[in-house]
Design a protein around this ligand. Structure first.
Ligand code: C2O
Length: 533
């Protein structure tokens, strides 16, 4: 393994999209930000320097951070933010990990513009478990907001109502041709007969997406940096925080083929029918030749989404075995959804909130990991409930009381215990899909379904052989997903909906994994430059 050094200068840069320009927060002046390249088992050292007025933290989404929670990045969970003029060195090892991941800011809504891809190649001499592509291409999906996103969410929080959606989706930072001003979309130049590995990253704030290419099928080979059994599809479903590697074979002779990026069932109040487009262009295609088009999946295509998720299986080969926990030490049912709390100063006298088991997580003012490591009391309590307070028909008619309680609570796990979490979507205000992300671990998705989870019959149908392994799971709209993992990473680990608006509303909690008693089973000491709150 070798050591990779990077410097991330967080700085403002004026960027022009949709016919106007505005200053945005960037890393090294780029939107999307720079790609972090490494190989399996490498040590990565990134010096992040804050040149902007806002507080900054960077999260390496999907990097396991074994015993190095200090480098994980979520603000006030594992570290205090890097303040203006300050810097912090993230130092971590990519132990046993390869594939595509993403890095992004993890404070407020900063990740709207502060994000990029992480590409971890297999160790030297180790091939991919699929035919070697001729070329690789990173495709970052995002959003473009005409307004300042922090203004958008602050105003929404004040009023108690949901914020707007973005003004456009983007492919590698480009929304596609905009009417009334000359702007180009993203183009991938291909050669007939060649195969391309697309490393697709959803770095958007608030939308799960469908990705399609006219006239071509894609072969999915990896999600969230875990190999899958290859499967062919014409539509990729990808939630924020998720990554998908897919092979594209350029099996046409000539031509231009549209790429479409369209939203899946976004926020309840706002509707979003924006589609970003790009082009696959074959070498030798004449400029005036027409572009082949494709149909766009309907915004509420839940069956399509579930079908895609059900097609994902871990590779589970002798080289890459699935290590699904077969027994469960900690079993949790987390009801996740939107609620409504009274609010005297809000526009409607109420505010939209979100919660897990009726708890709206309140951010602490000291990082949880610091409080845990140094034994600072009064920052959190460890009584996060394993079950909803009063079981109800989660996906049926909403209960009379849709209120939540505030709390900064963690759930305690013993080192190396096995954990099962059933993420149960609720229809409190309206059912919505929640792309739920767990820091510090990969988990196996052993089951999912529509409606209420049935603790007697559903486990009988769990896939404990080759379930997909990942770090972010889209819980089906009005349904549930069951995940399992081994708590072999001591520290404090965030779990939250990766739709940023839901995170802000409180759909988040943390696990506290205790140190083990053996050697190499405790949290490493914090770096000396760890920011203070
Ligand atoms: Cu990609 Cu806690 O986030």
């Amino acid at each position: 393994s070798i050591v990779r050094h990077y410097q991330f200068n967080v700085e403002k840069k004026s960027i022009s999209r949709l016919c106007s320009s505005k200053p945005i927060i960037t890393v090294n002046g780029k939107f999307p930000g720079p790609t972090l390249y490494a190989m399996e088992d490498d040590i990565v050292i990134v010096k992040v320097v804050n040149h902007v007025q806002d507080n900054v933290t960077i999260h390496w989404h999907g990097v396991r951070q074994i015993r190095t929670g200090w480098a994980d990045g979520p603000g006030y969970i594992t570290q205090c933010p890097i303040q203006t003029g300050q810097s912090y060195v993230y130092n971590f090892t990519l132990t046993g990990q390869r594939g595509t991941l993403l890095w992004h800011a993890h404070i407020n809504w900063q990740r709207a513009t502060v994000h990029g891809a992480i590409v971890i190649l297999p160790k030297r001499g180790v091939p991919y478990p699929f035919p070697k592509p001729d070329k690789e291409e990173i495709i970052i999906l995002g959003e473009w907001w005409k307004s300042d996103v922090e203004v958008v969410i602050n105003r929404a929080m004040k009023s108690g109502i949901a914020p707007n959606v973005s003004d456009a989706h983007t492919i590698n930072g480009l929304p596609g041709p905009a009417p009334n001003c000359t702007s180009k979309g993203y183009t991938l130049h291909v050669e007939s007969g060649k195969t391309y590995l697309l490393r697709i990253v959803n770095a958007g704030l608030n939308e799960e997406l469908f990705f399609k290419i006219a006239g071509h099928q894609l072969t999915v080979v990896e999600v969230d940096a875990c190999y899958t059994k290859p499967f062919k599809t014409d539509t990729i479903f990808i939630g924020p925080g998720q990554t998908t590697n897919a092979l594209l074979t350029a099996n046409q002779k000539f031509g231009k083929f549209i790429i479409t990026l369209s939203p899946f069932m976004d926020t309840i109040v706002a509707t979003d029918n924006q589609t970003a487009t790009g082009i696959i262009r074959y070498k030798g295609t004449l400029a005036f030749s027409p572009t082949s088009l494709t149909t766009i999946p309907p915004r509420n295509a839940t069956p399509m989404m579930i079908n895609f998720m059900d097609s994902l299986r871990s590779l589970n080969s002798p080289k890459y075995p699935a290590k699904v926990p077969l027994s469960v030490d900690h079993s949790l049912l987390l009801a996740i959804g939107i609620g409504v709390n009274p609010c005297a100063t809000c526009v409607n006298g109420s505010r939209v909130v979100a919660g897990i088991n009726n708890i709206t997580f309140v951010m602490p003012s000291t990082a949880l990991l610091q409080a845990h490591y140094y034994g600072i009391s009064g920052v959190y309590t460890d009584d996060f409930p394993a079950n909803p307070p009063t079981p109800y028909n989660y996906t049926g008619n909403p209960p009379a009381n849709m209120q939540t309680n505030n709390g900064t609570k963690v759930y305690r796990l013993t080192y190396n215990s096995t954990v099962q979490i059933v993420l149960q979507g609720t229809s409190m205000v309206a059912p919505e899909s929640h792309p739920t992300h767990l820091h510090g671990f990969n988990f196996y998705v052993v089951g999912n379904g529509i409606g209420n989870y049935d603790p007697v019959n559903d486990p009988k149908k769990f896939n404990l052989v080759d379930p997909v392994e990942r770090n972010t799971i889209s819980v089906p709209t009005g349904g549930w997903a069951a995940i399992r993992f081994r708590a072999d990473n001591p520290g404090v680990w965030f779990l939250h909906c990766h739709l940023e608006v839901h995170t802000t509303w409180g759909l988040k909690m943390a696990f506290l994994v205790e140190n083990g008693k053996g050697p190499n089973q405790s949290i490493l000491p914090p770096p000396i430059d760890l920011p203070k709150c």
